[in-house]
Design a protein around this ligand. Structure first.
Ligand code: UD2
Length: 321
């Protein structure tokens, strides 16, 4: 029975991946999470089917026996957020850079077959050309982008020097159910959802004409599993994990108002430090080599996400959650 280990498995993307892994015909699923940005409630419905190791990836010696012998390690544990990495560079470096090194080292020493690493589209920075293709020179604009890029380089080197089969996936602005809207560092779509349901105005940083390749979380989880199962020829490589489209924040807020049948003018604030202007993935390599096939259009993804937030809100007000 193969063992799948998901670091950050109690987080928003990790918990979706855990569910997708449990839907497969066989395999045991275990989670490593320090429950800092992840929450046990994200895995409440599958809690009895998974083992949760309450461990911080900064703790190398605790990690080693847990990762030993796993078939695949999905390394998603991180302190996400561009602005958070500017306000708290030390903490984000320790987790995203040092913690990632610890995970890769433990995986290599523990005989793990493959490690799938959650990299970030932020690595591209403000390169002029769109779509962003894997062969472009990275231009990180924030500590977060640097840390995530460092992990990619380590992934490649853990393959070439230590024989660990690694695949890096540059996630492009993932959204969907369970994205936590409660922090000032939360992803913009989770904040938009909360404002829409509360009928309050979101704040858009800058003119709202910046664009993102918003990618539905189930498509990303599916791609992680494809990366784990792809032939060994993908080892040591990095692929974009996006949809290949892009929407401005103004367009998304308009779309959401239409779906909900309301009109709420957003507030506009100053542009955010470290922000990338436009982002859109070239998906050809992921399609050709990993079989990437995103299923959700932005309209479908937004509707599913909105319904989830609506239910979650009702449960909270009724004291269920
Ligand atoms: C970056 C990465 C993304 C992922 C993520 C993890 C890029 C292009 N993307 O996402 O792949 O790694 O980091 O955190 O680098 N905004 C508002 N109002 C708000 C909040 C955000 O206008 O209340 C804007 C923000 O200024 C930005 C956009 O929304 O222009 C998206 O921000 P985000 O924090 O959701 O994600 P981003 O693009 O930093």
């Amino acid at each position: 029975m193969p063992k799948f280990m998901v670091t950050g498995g109690a987080g928003f993307i990790g918990s979706t991946l855990v569910r997708s892994l449990l839907d497969q015909p066989n395999g045991e699923v275990e989670i490593v999470d320090n429950l800092l940005t992840g929450h046990e409630k994200n895995i409440a419905d599958v809690r009895k089917r998974v083992m949760l190791h309450h461990v911080d990836i900064r703790d190398a010696s605790a990690l080693r026996p847990i990762l030993k012998g796993a078939d695949v390690v999905f390394h998603l544990a991180a302190i996400p957020s561009v602005p958070r990495s500017i306000h708290e560079p030390q903490a984000s470096h320790e987790v995203n850079a040092d913690g990632t090194f610890n995970v890769m080292r433990a995986a290599a020493d523990g005989g793990v077959r493959r490690l799938v690493y959650a990299a970030s589209s932020s690595a591209y920075g403000d390169s002029e050309t769109l779509p962003k293709i894997e062969t472009m020179i990275p231009r990180p604009k924030s500590p977060y982008a640097v840390q995530k890029l460092l992990g990619e380089h380590y992934a490649a080197v853990f393959h070439s020097c230590f024989g660990l089969e690694t695949v890096s996936l540059r996630f492009f602005n993932v959204y969907g159910p369970r994205q936590d809207p409660s922090s000032p560092y939360s992803g913009v779509l989770s904040l938009f959802m909360r404002h829409l349901l509360a009928r309050t105005a979101p704040t858009i940083f800058g003119d709202g004409e910046q664009s993102r390749d918003f990618t539905y979380v189930e498509d990303v989880a599916g791609l992680c599993i494809k990366a784990a199962n792809a032939p060994s020829s993908v080892a040591g490589k990095m692929f974009n994990a996006g949809n290949g489209g892009r929407f401005t924040l103004n367009q998304i807020w308009s779309l959401l108002q239409k779906v909900e049948g309301v009109e709420i003018a957003p507030k506009f604030g100053p542009p955010r430090e470290g922000d990338v202007r436009h982002s859109m993935a070239d998906t050809q390599a992921a399609v050709a080599e990993l079989g990437h096939a995103p299923k959700f259009t932005i309209e479908e993804g937004l509707k599913k996400t909105l319904e989830w937030y609506r239910m979650a809100e009702i449960q909270t007000t009724q004291g269920v959650a």
